[in-house]
Design a protein around this ligand. Sequence first.
Ligand code: GEK
Length: 244
Amino acid sequence: MSEFDPSKDQLFTKQRATGDFLFDDNVASVFDDMISRSIPGYRDIISMIGVMANRHCQEGSAIYDLGCSLGAASFAIAEQMDCGNCLIYAIDSSQAMISRLQERLQTSGTPQIVSQCADITDVEINNASVVVLNFTLQFVPRRSRDALIQKVYEGLRPGGILIISEKIEFPDPTLNEMFTELYYNFKEQMGYSKMEISQKRTALENVLVPETLDGHRQRLSYAGFSAIDVWFQCFNFASLVAFK
Ligand code: GEK
């Protein structure tokens, strides 16, 4: 019999009463395992965020990791960054995530990361050179997304960048079905059972609301971003970069 591993995501292994997905203590305690087995390319995306942030961070500016969870992107940025006098603001509305991140920060030797438990629709963005929304906007209510992206644009310095990763949907139903199936196959290969996949899908239904790539491009362009394009995509997961 295999031993119980408390850091492994087994939240949906048993038949459970349906309820919306929450970023609570149960999720935070298995989050590293959950996200790396649930998003194809997650580790590459994190490490490339570090590379891009280092290229575009500006002396004396702020870097924001909005919806930071356990701070993977913030740590990758801190590791790569040679730019002086910059602070990385790691913000998440889940107290369970932020408490765990704060524990990590106590021993990580990364004083440039400042964590905060807050709703990203309420926080101020100022003097930013790099803003990261790594799989976060999809959880923000749709009605609040335009204002959030506009606020990010206003808070960026000229030449600053926004990196935004999202689960996406496709306008073409054939492609949508194919990529969704390929994604579920990926999850099975990562060790999730059909029941886990189906229960998680139900729990996320009203919580994670994906949009099309065109929808994202339009919002970014409307907010004022000039150069916008996809730099990573695998199935129905994509990451874009947008320049102010
Ligand atoms: C990573 N970026 O590992 N305000 C603040 N935080 C929020 C809000 C909000 N309004 N809505 C959702 N969140 C991370 C992964 S996970 C993605 C991001 C996933 C937070 C929520 O609490 C959670 O921690 C995070 O956004 C989404 O690079 O689980 O698929």
